[in-house]
Design a protein around this ligand. Structure first.
Ligand code: ZN
Length: 325
């Protein structure tokens, strides 16, 4: 402790050559040095008031960092990216943006689909803000034009079409553009006869589009049915959280449902159900592990094993030789 206190004193004394250096053996309980000529009034110690302890800034404090929402430790963004956004202290899976997610999965990106679709405001919906203003805000915040991103390319030696929801974009809600993009992704998979992988993260249908957003449930379900008839694999990865109309359509119609650890997955939220059934629902209700026990999810996969798992499943479903499922 004495080292931490001595450092600012030495720095202060270096400002005036006439001042003798304090005895290095003094502890932080020592009387403050009153020989302070030349010090600014702001840094000047006040008799009887202990000096504030100042430690040198650690690497975490000087680098851009993110706070883990589970264990509250600070993690540098660089180490977070290298660790696939998994907390190195408590293994908590932090959220990933849609584009980061797909770039992380794919070894080669050959193109993007659906950027020509633009959301309209047929209901002229206004809550606390008009819908176009809310869209503009979400676009500025995320740098994306909508809540679903579709990229196609290669996962190792497999051609694949992938899509991912961006939860930061109006809660990953499914409006007509999200539906358009998903259907286009399914049609591309159908045309090229390659598998479709979807990372779901959504609060449900987009209320600002009313009935049009609910229609996307039927549209996406119909597109998935066409994939099923053609024998094209469709894998869903449920990430935290997936709710509402997305759970009730494209997120629960996969050939295989993988989930990230502790992801919250359901239709209605826990509080709504508690108020309806008048019971308290304990943890891990609606968590991925709970749903695995009850047969809704096929496997809970750690993010570090996710790419390998998806690859092996797709290779097996595509009947590639020499791959263990
Ligand atoms: Zn943590």
């Amino acid at each position: 402790m004495s080292q931490l206190v001595d450092k600012p004193l030495i720095m202060a004394n270096n400002m005036t050559d006439t001042i003798t250096k304090p005895d290095m053996t003094t502890s932080n309980n020592a009387e403050p040095n009153n020989n302070v000529a030349g010090q600014s009034w702001f840094n000047r110690p006040i008799p009887g008031v202990k000096q504030q302890l100042t430690a040198p800034l650690s690497a975490v404090e000087t680098e851009p960092s993110t706070k883990c929402s589970n264990c509250h430790s600070m993690i540098t963004n660089t180490s977070l990216i290298f660790n696939s956004y998994v907390c190195p202290h408590c293994d908590h899976h932090l959220p990933m943006s849609a584009r980061e997610r797909l770039n992380w999965l794919l070894d080669q990106v050959n193109g993007e689909l659906g950027q020509e679709f633009v959301a309209k405001d047929p209901l002229r919906f206004v809550d606390s803000k008009p819908y176009p203003a809310r869209m503009a805000e979400a676009q500025e915040k995320t740098g994306e034009s909508e809540a679903l991103i579709v990229l196609y390319g290669k996962l190792r030696n497999l051609d694949v079409v992938t899509c991912a929801f961006d939860f930061r974009f109006m809660g990953g809600s499914m409006g007509s553009v999200v539906g358009d993009r998903f259907v286009q992704a399914a049609e591309k998979a159908l045309e090229d006869k390659v598998p479709l992988v979807c990372f779901a993260a959504s609060g449900g249908a987009r209320m600002q589009e009313g009935l049009l957003s609910l229609m996307q449930m039927a549209r996406t379900a119909a597109a998935i049915e066409r994939l099923r008839i053609a024998g094209i694999p469709y894998i869903v990865v449920l990430t935290n959280p997936v709710y509402g109309g997305v759970t009730a359509s494209l997120a629960m119609l996969g050939d295989i449902h993988l989930a990230e650890p502790k992801a919250m997955i359901g239709f209605a939220g826990k509080r709504v159900i508690e108020q309806t059934v008048r019971e308290t629902l304990e943890e891990p209700f609606q968590r991925a592990e709970f749903l695995l026990e009850h047969g809704v999810v096929d496997e809970v996969v750690h993010r570090h094993q996710m790419i390998e798992t998806i690859y092996r499943l797709l290779a097996k479903l595509s009947r590639m030789p020499n791959v263990d499922a």
